[in-house]
Design a protein around this ligand. Sequence first.
Ligand code: THU
Length: 162
Amino acid sequence: MAKPEIKNINIDLEVYASEKDLDANDQLLLNKARTVAKNAYAPYSNFKVGAALLLDNGTIVSGNNQENAAYPSGLCAERTAVFYASAQYPSNKIKAIAVITDNAKQLEPVTPCGSCRQALAEYEIKFKEPIRVIMGSTSGKVFVVKSVESLLPLMFNQDHLK
Ligand code: THU
């Protein structure tokens, strides 16, 4: 039996101990996400998340998680924000997204769930441009990656759509 070729997939995860170590644009986006997290509707989880997107025209679009008594009908902050951005600014590239919670127990950065990674990756493919992801926490620790693709290697995609 032939041995398969083994491919290693690595990601460059930037780890910051403090938000103060981020560049000014990333700090601003994280602050917007933190502000909008307060408006989340999360009575079931008590975990309020905010997301803020920077578009190539300088516009910042934000969203938060919206829960529902029928649990699966709710939506994460990232998808609320990115779907709104695509609805309102369909031809503006998305440069970056910041995500954070105001939950005091969340000392590690909030990393987008799998469904949000897939949804965000769609716009990287659409615009042929990476989306920077800034992931904040209530301890000040921040993760940054330069693209959504790096958070979702081998994402679902259809070659016939390329
Ligand atoms: N949530 C987000 O808004 N974004 C994420 O990346 C992970 C989870 C929301 C979904 C739900 O309303 C709450 O956080 C708890 O899972």
